[in-house]
Design a protein around this ligand. Structure first.
Ligand SMILES: [Zn+2]
Length: 213
């Protein structure tokens, strides 16, 4: 696979560099000035540059398990907090988009942990980091009834986690200020890569609506 990546880079060099060498030169000389920050899952099926047709210099991206944004006061926010700070205070991006997705293993791990706790099973972490990390979003799922045999539980959980991250963005004072003075917009999206549908949080509501194309 590593060899394929190297070959892929060789092809990228040939095709992209030929067409857009000026863009790369400018990025090297003047630095980056992306207008959009994307926060999405580390999942290999969620590939923002491919999904949105963007290239080098277009997106400032943070990826982590389950697309989580801890609150401003959380102890777990050093990594994403520094990325948010850089994007908002230095790069002054115009939009931040949190993107969740279907069949998210990170959200599934959190759901499983919640279920195990309810059923009185051991609460000792089975993993070194994963359970502790996804546990950040536990409050997001407090209203979901896992005893109900609801086919939408997985989707509802994934969307609740996206909303949780979205709402946590507003706990960062410089994000809240920038949103208040209309220099920044924040968005919550959920991707279904099987049907290739993109859903967005409706304005003034926590429900998600499919984007029309
Ligand atoms: Zn995921």
């Amino acid at each position: 696979m590593v060899k394929e990546l190297v070959n892929g880079f060789k092809k990228f060099r040939e095709s992209y560099f030929e067409k857009k060498s000026q863009v790369l030169q400018q990025l090297a000389e003047k630095g980056q000035s992306p207008k959009t920050m994307v926060i999405c899952c580390s999942d290999s099926r969620v590939e923002p540059s491919i999904l949105f047709g963007t290239g080098p210099g277009d997106l400032f991206v943070v990826r982590n398990v389950a697309n989580l944004v801890p609150s401003f006061t959380s102890r777990n926010n050093l990594s994403i907090g520094s990325a948010l700070e850089y994007a908002v205070r230095i790069l002054r991006v115009k939009d931040i988009i949190v993107i969740g997705h279907a069949h998210c293993g990170g959200v599934a791990a959190l759901c499983e942990s919640i279920n195990n706790n309810k059923e009185g099973e051991t609460t000792d972490n089975q993993t070194d980091f994963i359970e502790s990390w996804v546990d950040i979003a536990r409050p997001a799922l407090s209203k979901i009834d896992y005893y109900q045999n609801d086919a939408n539980i997985e989707v509802n959980s994934e969307r609740a986690v996206v909303l949780y991250s979205y709402n946590n963005l507003l706990t960062y004072p410089w994000i809240s200020d920038a949103v208040s003075n209309n220099s920044l917009e924040i968005h919550a999206w959920w991707l279904d890569f099987k049907s290739l549908m993109l859903w967005e949080k409706a304005q003034g509501s926590d429900s998600f609506i499919p984007m029309e194309f």
